[in-house]
Design a protein around this ligand. Sequence first.
Ligand SMILES: [Zn+2]
Length: 139
Amino acid sequence: MCIICQIVEGTLPSYKVYEDEHTLAFLDIAPVTDGHVLLVPKQHHQFVEDLPEDVHAALFDSLKKLVKPIQAAFDAPASNIFINNGPNAGPIIPHVHIHIIPRPKKTGMNLFSGTARFKPRNKEYFEDVAEKIRKKIRQ
Ligand SMILES: [Zn+2]
């Protein structure tokens, strides 16, 4: 079973920020910026074009719902949103996932340099970040 399916099933722990019938959003464990979230369909599909219509619609509904709260939680006026679709695009995980990366004004880092990622953080860091986002979603 793929790593994202294990997170969906709860056999692997994650810092969840949002969940509904078809989708789950949780913190990327190697964040590019504070608040870096992965949004996934609960159903396993490797490619965006394989998603059934209802799952596809639910995924992008959740994306729309999450972007503003995630940005607001970190005073970010913008975000990078992207999908690595297929192995040649560089994903390690064969399960559709959307990166949502809030971009505060002062961070000019190049996300695609390969060196942008922070070092792994501790549990307190992730719990704090996840709670900031959950709070904004609830508002
Ligand atoms: Zn999967």
